[in-house]
Design a protein around this ligand. Structure first.
Ligand SMILES: CC(C)(COP(=O)(O)OP(=O)(O)OC[C@H]1O[C@@H](n2cnc3c(N)ncnc32)[C@H](O)[C@@H]1OP(=O)(O)O)[C@@H](O)C(=O)NCCC(=O)NCCS
Length: 265
């Protein structure tokens, strides 16, 4: 089971503990904590690290399994249980054979208008869709067994100052969505993305989710606002549309505490 872990303890540990504790990388935080990060080969090594920390008497503040990565891209989906059911939908990681069905709606002009890349042919679309790094960040939305949309979940490191860079690793995610237009206007995208946000906060332990869109893409930012996301950036004429026009864009975000607060209310 080799997986990357992060252990945060109270106090500034001496550098030699890094060698004793499975060679994990050690950093010191300005809040008086130490963070040990790195691969742990199996359960017995994990228990060894936890026992070592207990023996040295450092209070253990947090343990976190970091998502694995595929081709340099964090693969958050691998560690979770699938499929996921909502009231009307099913979510699951995308598979190579989903290229054909997603191509049917991703090639439509009303969809392409807002997304990064217009596929020039089904072959080139399939090659992009089936790239392992792309599959590692893509889910599909099923309604009654039919794929009606897809979602992006890209786990990222937050920006951090050097001393605390390990604590910012894999703490946030960028989300994206596309729905087959023939299923629009029923709340399906909202229902699917709501579940994705739950996964981010409740299961991946992330602290912030973000999304961006052209300001003119009203359907997309209305979806974000339905979910309680906050518009925190309005960038003016910062994004070049393939029409040749420089367009405004919006950046939205949601913190875990805002999500939990809204769920309680
Ligand atoms: C962005 C996109 C997913 C939004 O699709 P959508 O159908 O508007 O979103 P939903 O499926 O959540 O449906 C919401 C709409 O259904 C209505 N609705 C009906 N039943 C509903 C329900 N049970 N729950 C919530 N909304 C419901 C809502 O009122 C809303 O309509 P409104 O915006 O006119 O008020 C879709 O437009 C799309 O795929 N666009 C192209 C790709 C794209 O732009 N991706 C994002 C790039 S940044």
């Amino acid at each position: 089971m080799s997986a990357a872990y992060e252990f945060r303890v109270g106090g500034h540990l001496d550098g030699h503990w890094s060698n004793i504790l499975a060679g994990l990388a050690l950093t010191h935080g300005s809040d008086g904590t130490s963070t040990l990060t790195g691969p742990v080969a199996d359960q017995s090594q994990l228990h060894g690290v936890l026992a070592g920390l207990r023996d040295l008497g450092a209070p253990l503040l947090a343990v976190r399994a970091l998502p694995p990565s595929v081709g340099g891209v964090t693969d958050p989906l691998a560690a979770l249980t699938w499929p996921r059911r909502t009231e009307r939908l099913l979510l699951r990681p995308a598979r190579p054979e989903d290229a054909e069905v997603t191509w049917r709606f991703r090639r439509l002009e009303s969809v392409c208008r807002w997304i990064t890349e217009v596929p020039t042919s089904e072959e080139s679309y399939r090659a992009t869709f089936t790239d392992p790094a792309r599959l590692a960040t893509t889910l599909v939305i099923e309604l009654d067994g039919e794929v009606i949309g897809d979602l992006m979940l890209r786990v990222d490191d937050a920006w951090a100052q050097k001393e605390v860079v390990d604590q910012a690793r894999a703490t946030q995610a960028e989300l994206g969505w596309v729905l087959d237009p023939s299923f629009a206007g029923n709340g399906y995208a909202t229902e699917a993305v709501r579940e994705l946000v739950c996964i981010c906060f409740d299961e991946l332990g992330l602290r912030r989710v973000t999304a961006t869109c052209f300001a003119d893409n009203e359907a997309s930012w209305r979806l974000m606002e339905r979910l309680g996301m906050r518009r925190e950036v309005h960038a003016v004429a910062d994004a070049l549309h393939r029409s040749g026009e420089w367009l405004d864009s919006y950046g939205y975000a949601l913190l875990v505490e805002e999500w939990r607060g809204a769920s309680r209310a």
